[in-house]
Design a protein around this ligand. Structure first.
Ligand SMILES: [Zn+2]
Length: 110
């Protein structure tokens, strides 16, 4: 009785471990994507979840998870310097015709 119970318990534990191992293998692409912090982790998860049962979907998800990270493009905002009053140097808003500080007429291209 005791042996039988222990055997059943061990069997249940092995079963749980087996399920966990299978689940870990199934969600390997998502795990890889999360650990690599790729930008398309969400897409990998969706493909993994919905198409992972097919080998192709699983491989696609894994391929997406291990793909090289897209380099972060630093957008250099080529902001033209704000126009400033030629007289007092106070910044002017585009379209402002007269300086709000000294009242001087705004010069073109300044
Ligand atoms: Zn001014």
């Amino acid at each position: 009785m005791l042996i039988a119970a222990a055997a059943t318990g061990a069997g249940a534990v092995i079963g749980i471990i087996g399920v966990l191992v299978i689940a870990a293998l199934y969600f390997l692409p998502t795990i890889v994507a999360t650990s690599r912090k790729v930008t398309n982790t969400g897409s990998v998860f969706v493909i993994n979840l919905l198409l992972g049962w097919s080998v192709i979907g699983w491989v696609v998800a894994l391929a997406m998870a291990v793909k090289s990270k897209t380099p972060q493009v630093v957008v250099m905002t080529s902001s033209t310097p704000l126009p400033a009053c030629a007289k007092c140097g106070v910044g002017l808003t585009p379209g402002q015709q007269f300086c709000s500080n000294c009242g001087a007429a705004r010069l073109i291209n300044n």
